[in-house]
Design a protein around this ligand. Structure first.
Ligand SMILES: [Zn+2]
Length: 173
């Protein structure tokens, strides 16, 4: 009986290590996608993965198609926030399919309270992101906490995973 428990624990550890390897790979892809954003201050990338670890969608934060990427809009916080679509929502819109049971990866920020609702409604069952970077802590903390409460109540798992021991964030404000 004891031996069986040890074997099960080892299997569990191997499964977790494998999962962590995939999670970091996908976060690295989300990090690359984040670079495509034209927002000079916050670049966020999201990818969505199906149940077989296949990438089905990507998204980054930006204005809707055809809406001009004018620097003055990005530099005016109110104008920017009223027009911008977050990376998570863009990835959901571009996926154009049933996302039940899928996993969403976001880098370098976890989904906010505005995106948590649409994520929950698609049936996505797990979100993965790095822990909140220290420079984003104050502005986003409340939004992230609300999102975490929504995910918890709705049964969406949120895993906050470091991409690497050294923080690799590419954001400035
Ligand atoms: Zn959001």
């Amino acid at each position: 009986m004891a031996d069986e428990t040890i074997v099960l624990n080892q299997l569990d550890e191997a499964r977790l290590a494998r999962q962590l390897k995939w999670d970091r790979r996908f976060l690295e892809i989300a990090q690359k996608v984040a670079d495509w954003s034209k927002d000079p201050s916050t670049k966020v990338g999201t990818i969505i993965i199906d149940r077989n670890n296949r990438l089905v969608s990507t998204g980054y934060n930006g204005f809707p198609q055809g809406v001009l990427d004018l620097p003055e809009r990005y530099n005016d916080r109110n104008a920017k926030y009223s027009m911008i679509i977050h990376s998570e929502l863009n990835a959901i819109i571009f996926a154009k399919r049933d996302l039940r049971g899928y996993t969403l990866y976001s880098y370098p920020l976890q989904p906010c309270d505005r995106c948590a609702g649409p994520i929950i409604q698609t049936g996505i069952k797990r979100c993965v992101a790095p822990p909140c970077p220290p420079d984003k802590d104050t502005r986003w903390q409340k939004s992230f906490q609300v999102a975490q409460t929504m995910f918890k109540e709705a049964g969406v798992r949120l895993d906050l995973i470091e991409l690497s021991p050294k923080y690799l964030g590419g954001i400035s404000a």
